[in-house]
Each structure stands twice: as C-alpha cells, then as structure tokens.
Design a protein around this ligand. Structure first.
Ligand SMILES: Cc1cc2nc3c(=O)[nH]c(=O)nc-3n(C[C@H](O)[C@H](O)[C@H](O)COP(=O)(O)OP(=O)(O)OC[C@H]3O[C@@H](n4cnc5c(N)ncnc54)[C@H](O)[C@@H]3O)c2cc1C
Length: 536
C-alpha cells in the first residue's frame, strides 16, 4: 500500500537558532525589525543571493504589522486626496500579494451604502477611476447598486433612508500570518531570522556602520547571552521605533537626530458576524466628522474601525481612548441595522502607524505622508518607515536600490519577489476557503497536512485552534509565548479575548511540553484583559 508522505517543514528550535547566531561572524545584510518592512527586505535580499540576518526584539509582527485593518488595498481615500501614484502602485502590489499567497490574501468585495441620492454617482465615478488605475490588476468591476440589491448583498446594513450603494473590489489578508510566512520563506531560502533578539547597539568603524550588537531577549538574567555580527549594510526597519536606532547611530557622531516618525493610533473593535452576515465588507467613505469607517468580515467575525489619533509616545501595547471606541460604535450604529454596544465587543486592539513627518511639524497626522521613506545616514544606516502592508514588497525593492545607490552593496541581480510564491501557497487556480470564514486549517495552505500529522489534530481548543496547531507553532513557527500562539499564529486574541484567556492555560501546558516554558501565561492573561476592555 502506498503511503502519503507529509513534507517536513524546517524546525525553529530556539537553541539551534541562537547557536547559529553565536557562530555567525559576518553577513552582507542585517535587518533590524521583523514587521512587514523588515521581512520584505530580508526575503528580497536573500533571493538576490545576499547573506541575511534579521533580528526582531519581540515576535515577528509583534508591533504594528499584526494590527492592520487587514485590507490589501490601493487606498480609496488616497485617491480622494489625489495621490494617484501611491494608489496605482498599491493596486499593482495588491495583485502581486494576492497571487503570491492566495491562502493568506484574497479579493474582497466592498459596498459603500448611499444614504443621499448624489452619493451613488459621486462615489461610483471615483471608484470607476480606482478600477481604471488598476488596469490589468483589477479584481472586478465597480457596480452601482439599487436599494434592494444593496440590502440583498449586504444583510445587516441599515435600510432606513438607504438609496442604494456602490460595489467595488479590494483585498483582505491575515497580517500576522503573512509576516510569519515571509519569515519562514526567507529562512527556507537560507536567511537567519531570530525573534526575541533585539539589536542593542550599532557598531561603527572609521565613522561607518560595520555591524550590530544583539542580545537574547529571553535569556535568564543570571545567564545573559549577547554577541555581535559584522555587516556590509544595516537596515533599520523598526516601525514606530526607528528613531531610537537612528539616535544610537547619530550618538556615535556626537549628534542628536530629529525624529522622523509621528505615530498615529488606530483602534479596531471586533464583534460577532451576526452584525454583518455578509461576504462583503462595508465602507463609510465620509463619517459625520469626515473620516472613513470599515466593517470587514474576517475569520468569522466583523472588524469595525479605525481611528487616526496622533500619539506622542510609543507603547508596545497601546490603549484605546474612550472617544475612539465611542466614535466607532456611534458611526457603526448609523450604518448597521443592529447597533453594536460596548458589551457586544469581543476584542479591542490598537496599532500605531509609523507616519513620516514632513520636515516642518504638521500637527494633525491626517496630512502626514502615507508613503514610505528611505533615508541613508552619513554613517550608512538605512532607515525605512511609513508606507503600508500592501506595498511591503515594493518598499523592500526600493530599500535595496537605495543600498546599492549609496555604495553599501554592489549592484544586485534582478528582484525576484513580484512572482515568488510564499511558503504554503496553493495553486492559484485552486479555489480556497475565504478569509471571511471561521479560522481553521486553510491558513496553512499546502502545509495543512504537516499540521494534521501532529498529535492533537482532533482536539479543538476553540475557534478552529487545535492542539496540533499549538505544537506546530512551537516546532516550526518560532512561537515562544502564549501570546505568539493566541495573538499571531492563530488570531484568537484579536477575535475573542475572553475565549483566548480561557484556552491560554492549555496552550501554556502544551508549550511547556514542547519548549519547556510556560510561555509567559500571566502576561498573556493581563493582555487578554486589556483586549477585552472597551474604554468608557
Ligand atoms: C490601525 C492601522 C491599520 C492599518 N491598516 C492597514 C491595512 O488595512 N492595509 C495596509 O496595507 N496597511 C495597513 N496599515 C499599515 C501597516 O500595518 C504598517 O505600515 C506596517 O505594518 C508597518 O510595518 P513595519 O515593519 O514598518 O513596522 P512594525 O510592524 O512595527 O515592525 C517593526 C518591528 O521592529 C521591532 N523592533 C523595534 N526595535 C527593535 C530593535 N532594537 N531590535 C530588533 N527589533 C526591533 C518591533 O518589535 C517590530 O516588530 C495599518 C496600520 C495601522 C496602525
């Protein structure tokens, strides 16, 4: 009888990763930061033949890159601002991402409900332009809908005073799993990536950057582990934290840097699917105070958001403000037939946008650039920040081009990432379960069989998470903590914080068996309490 062979994924045993790091003397490129920006650079550089080390101080996508609204989009509102170049690039990147990871990024239809007669033609024409800009990368035609068609396609929308709607296409994705997949794909290509391993210093020689100093962030205080690696080029891709490393670099020249980033906070509230039982997302293009609001079906729930609130300081786990939660609930109540209340909210999460300041301080973050910026310091530190998840691949290409132009790297072979399938990507022609459906094995793509081969494949902890998935996370997906498993390998914390707290002890017990650590259970329970609380 023939036996099915399950392809074996690469193990991510921490002791082995650290041993490799300790023995690593020099690489072409060190990337600091394991979010969308850094991971994109690591994969691109490795595919062009460079030796690459990526250091992440916490978990991959532990910063902003797990807290997006989950849209793979050109940015309808940037079109309204007349930023055609930004929109066109993002629409093409949208197509590339959907092609390269169909298990994690998929087309999604949006409907803009119209409550005033002029809104259908007004927004309809704008969205036809959006389509036209996409050209061959279009995901579907924009259509004007009458009232009955809007109600049929968007059950849950408020029917009172509704005239009709405009339907257009964008995409959605699982941000944290995409980040993890980029990390694992880069590792499979020969890059070394280590999470919980901050870069603690930048090394200089004759006024030029020559490497970094790192520290094992999980080492016991009585057994510290530190080391250094030489590099031809160092990339600072630390999101809202870029200024801290820029300061370390400039301090070596006795200078103080002017901050580059103006953080802006965005809050999301998650409610049950029953508030919008549709395969379509809902967009309010102009809330009563001139903002944009989305209601997006995602992993069996609905995400409501977001806000844009300037913040002076950057926290690892930023808190939602009472007025932000009130804004989302109030505006959702106008467009949903059943108005969500604070008690209906299953999870509250907050991300910080690393928006790039114009040279003069601009006060409101709405006028600050959403495009990415690459800056090379006099000593050669290459900093990339801003932009959005959708354009991470093009940003990486641009970063490497800057490195070559600045003479930090020799000319490189052509970029490969535009058509490079990420780990687990199923055949594009194969129909794949929607990201709007309840979470499950589908997000593992072609690796699902390897997950199912582990013990506990039939023991479900909640929301499609099985014991086998927890073991898989610990063995092959770099998971070190309960939060790594419940916030980013599976998205339970983002979907239902109460349930996540309930299953956390079992996840901790499995981590104990797999990696001999309780995965910081107490810290996770405190975090889940924060995600559960709607500020009033
Ligand atoms: C509310 C909100 C909604 C958004 N929605 C969307 C959307 O729907 N679609 C879209 O395309 N984009 C969206 N974005 C934008 C997108 O999420 C960000 O542009 C992107 O995630 C930024 O990635 P990054 O890698 O630059 O930063 P991060 O993800 O924050 O990564 C930086 C990493 O650097 C690490 N780090 C910091 N210091 C060190 C150090 N010393 N050593 C090692 N590592 C270090 C951090 O731990 C962190 O993991 C949204 C952003 C926000 C805030």
């Amino acid at each position: 009888m023939s036996q099915t062979t399950v392809p074996s994924p690469a193990v991510t045993n921490r002791a082995q990763l650290l041993a490799e790091l300790v023995s690593l003397e020099a690489v072409d490129l060190v990337v600091i930061g394991g979010g969308a920006s850094g991971l994109g650079v690591a994969l691109d550089a490795r595919l062009r033949g460079l030796s690459v080390l990526l250091l992440e101080s916490h978990d991959f996508a532990g910063g902003t890159s797990s807290r997006a609204t989950k849209l793979v989009h050109g940015g309808v509102r940037y079109l309204a601002q007349g930023n055609i170049g930004l929109v066109r690039e993002a629409l093409h990147e949208r197509r590339a991402l959907l092609n390269n990871a169909p298990h994690l990024a998929q087309p999604l239809a949006f409907i803009m409900p119209a409550y005033r007669p002029w809104e259908v033609p007004f927004y309809g024409i704008g969205l036809k332009m959006y389509d036209a800009l996409a050209g061959a990368a279009s995901l579907g035609k924009t259509r004007w809908l009458g009232k009955s068609s809007t109600l049929a396609q968007l059950p849950g929308v408020n029917a009172q005073h509704l005239y009709g709607g405009v339907k257009y296409w964008d995409g959605q994705f699982d941000d944290a799993r995409l980040a993890l997949t980029l990390a694992r794909t880069a590792a499979a290509q020969g890059a070394l990536l280590v999470n919980y391993c901050p870069a603690v210093d930048i090394l200089h020689e004759d006024g030029r950057i020559c490497g970094v100093r790192w520290k094992d962030g999980l080492a016991a205080s009585d057994q510290p582990l530190e080391g250094q690696v030489r590099a031809r080029c160092v990339i600072n891709a630390t999101g809202v934290w870029v200024d801290a490393l820029r300061q370390l670099d400039d301090a070596a020249r006795g200078q103080r840097v002017r901050p580059m980033v103006a953080p802006s906070q965005g809050v999301h509230l998650v409610v049950d699917r029953s508030f919008l039982p549709s395969d379509h997302a809902l967009l309010v293009p102009h809330t009563r105070d001139g903002r944009v609001l989305f209601a997006v079906p995602w992993l069996g729930h609905v995400i409501l958001g977001t806000t844009d609130t300037p913040r002076d300081h950057v926290e690892r786990e930023p808190h939602a403000l009472a007025e932000e939660a009130a804004f989302i609930l109030r505006e959702s109540a106008h467009v949903l037939a059943r108005a969500p209340q604070a008690a209906d909210v299953r999870s509250v999460w907050v991300g910080l946008r690393p928006l790039v300041r114009p040279d003069a301080d601009a006060g409101s973050t709405k006028s600050i650039s959403r495009e990415h910026t690459v800056r090379v310091s006099p000593s050669g530190l290459v900093t990339v920040t801003g932009g959005k998840w959708t354009t991470y691949r093009a940003m990486a290409e641009d970063v490497l081009q800057h490195c070559v132009q600045a003479g930090l790297l020799n000319p490189l072979p052509k970029c490969q990432t535009a058509r490079f399938a990420l780990l687990g990507a199923p055949d594009r022609q194969q129909p794949w379960p929607s990201l709007g459906a309840s979470p499950g094995l589908q997000c593992y793509g072609t690796e699902a069989a390897a997950v199912q081969a582990l013990p506990g494949a039939d023991i479900e902890l909640g929301l499609g998470l099985t014991e086998a998935m927890v073991r898989y996370a610990a063995r092959y997906e770099y998971a070190q903590t309960v939060a790594d498993v419940l916030a980013r390998r599976h998205r339970m914390l983002f979907l239902d914080a109460t349930l996540a707290a309930q299953v956390a002890p079992r996840v901790s017990a499995i981590l104990q068996q797999e990696i001999r650590s309780d995965g910081n259970l107490d810290a996770f329970l405190a975090l889940a309490a924060q995600y559960k609380r709607v500020p009033t």
